[in-house]
Ligand binder design. Sequence first.
Ligand code: 6GU
Length: 238
Amino acid sequence: MVSIFPAYLAPLRESLIGKAVDRGLIELGVHDLRQWTHDVHRTVDDSPYGGGPGMLMRPEPWGQALDTLAPASGAQPRLVVPTPAGRPFTQALAHELAREPWLMFACGRYEGIDSRVVDDAADRMVVDEVSLGDYVLAGGEVAVLVIVEAVGRLLPGVLGNVASHEQDSFSDGLLEGPAYTRPEVWRDRPVPDVLLSGHHAAIARWRRDESLRRTLARRPELLSTVALDKADAKVLAE
Ligand code: 6GU
C-alpha cells in the first residue's frame, strides 16, 4: 500500500491481520508516496485544472510508485483505489479480492488523485475504485484498513474457525440476529429459552426468524435479493 501517512496503516500489524502477517499468511508492504517526489518540499499535491476547491494528488509520484512496486515487465497486482466515487465495497467483492495473489492499495488524500493515474495503471493491471459507503473520509487509509481486514479474514488459515465465514452477516444475504453467551440470566434478562433447548432444528429456525425480522427492520432492501420460502414469508408478515 502507498500512502503519504504510512503510520496510519500501522494498525494492520495488530490483532487478527497482524497475527496473520507474523505467521507469514499475509505479506504487507507499506510505502511512503513522498519517496517518489524529487523537490525539496516533497510535494504531492496541486490545484485542479478547471478550478474548484481543494487540491489533487499529482500523477508523477504515483506513476513512479506503481512502476517501482509493480514493474510492467513482471506479474501485476490488482490495484484497489479507495474513493467515495468508487463502486461499493461488499462482502462479495471481499471474497473476489481474497482470491487474488497480490493486491496493491493506493491511498489518496485531498480531493483525490489525478485521474490519469488510474487510467494509466488500468493499461496493465486490473483496477478497482472502491467506496465504503455514502459518506466522505479525509483519505483512503482508513478505507484500506477496512478492506484489508475484510479480505484478510477470508484468507485460508487467518481465521481459526472456517465455519464462522458461513455464519457471517451477508453470507446468506441477511443480517445476523442477536447472540448470547453466559450467564443464562443477566440483569434480569434471560437468554431466549430456545437457545438452551438443545433442539437444533428449532434453534436454526429461531435464528432464521430473527435474521429475517432484523433485516426487515434495518435493511429491507436486502430481502429482495434473498430466496424466501413459506416459513420465511410468514415471519415477515407478522
Ligand atoms: Cl473508500 N475513501 C474515501 N476517501 N472516502 C470514502 C470512501 C473511501 N468510502 C466512503 N467514503
